[in-house]
Design a protein around this ligand. Structure first.
Ligand code: CTP
Ligand code: MG
Length: 234
């Protein structure tokens, strides 16, 4: 019988939320009465295909124990690092001995609480037979401009530009190697796909939903609240 790759989740949740400017990290701010990270993890855990989700937390995180995941056997904890990529690598290392090299890992930002189960399933369905993997992404509906010092230098063909979202889904072994090498070379990668691209891999894109926003600034909180409410009635 041939080996069927398993699926694992990885959630970097060790950021400080500087741009949000709140007095607690943004992944613990309440939205509709629940911390952001709780929304995010509940949505990922609703996908039965995920064997477990490794969550990278900040070293000083005192908020996690208040979330209702203490007895959840599908949640594993890791210590986050300085940059997002360090936190992801730490969570990947937590899966060592559990995940096999060809297994799939879906890396998802803690701050994207509006991700839908249907988008996660779509990503899995469209990529599970691909050798490399890929990411949820959104085509740009605005015209895009290249700018230098406040002056437009060119107009970018928007058919060639997509916005990278998460989850980003890659093979466990290849992703760990790509992130470890980028770290060794001191290259800053802000998502998993760029680490894979640096290694010469060719990630695919799968069109995601526009409501899969990353809460970044204060004005994103009412927007996320609105999207979550709309999804309940969808
Ligand atoms: N993240 C992480 N470890 C870090 C930095 C970020 O796990 N060292 C996580 C964040 O918790 C977030 C995700 O990566 O869920 C996306 O990062 P971002 O939106 O930039 O969050 P922050 O870094 O917390 O925000 P800011 O950049 O405004 O400080
Ligand atoms: Mg950040």
């Amino acid at each position: 019988m041939s080996y069927q790759p398993a699926f694992w989740g990885v959630v970097p949740a060790a950021g400080v939320g500087k741009r949000m400017g709140a007095d607690i990290p943004k992944q613990y701010l309440p939205v509709l009465g629940k911390p952001v990270l709780q929304h995010t993890l509940e949505r990922l855990l609703s996908v039965d295909a995920l064997s477990a989700v490794a969550v990278a937390l900040g070293r000083e995180d005192g908020f996690w124990p208040d979330l209702p995941f203490a007895d959840n056997t599908r949640i594993l904890l890791a210590e986050g690092g300085k940059e997002r990529a360090d936190s992801v690598l730490s969570a990947l290392n937590r899966l060592a001995g559990l995940a096999r090299s060809d297994d799939w890992v879906l890396v998802h930002d803690a701050a994207r609480l509006c991700v839908t189960r249907s988008d996660v399933l779509k990503l899995i369905e469209q990529l599970q037979h691909d050798p490399v993997g890929g990411i949820l992404a959104l085509p740009s509906s605005d015209t895009l401009k290249g700018v230098a010092e406040g002056i437009i230098v060119d107009t970018v063909d928007r058919n060639h530009v997509w916005r990278a979202l998460t989850p980003q889904m890659f093979r466990y072994g290849a992703l760990k190697q790509a992130l470890a090498e980028a770290a060794e070379l001191g290259l800053k990668v802000t998502d998993e796909a760029s680490a894979m691209e640096l290694k010469g891999h060719t990630p695919r894109i799968v069109e995601g939903r526009p409501d899969n926003i990353k809460i970044t600034r204060p004005e994103d909180l009412p927007l996320a609240t609105f999207y979550l409410e709309q999804q309940c009635y969808a």
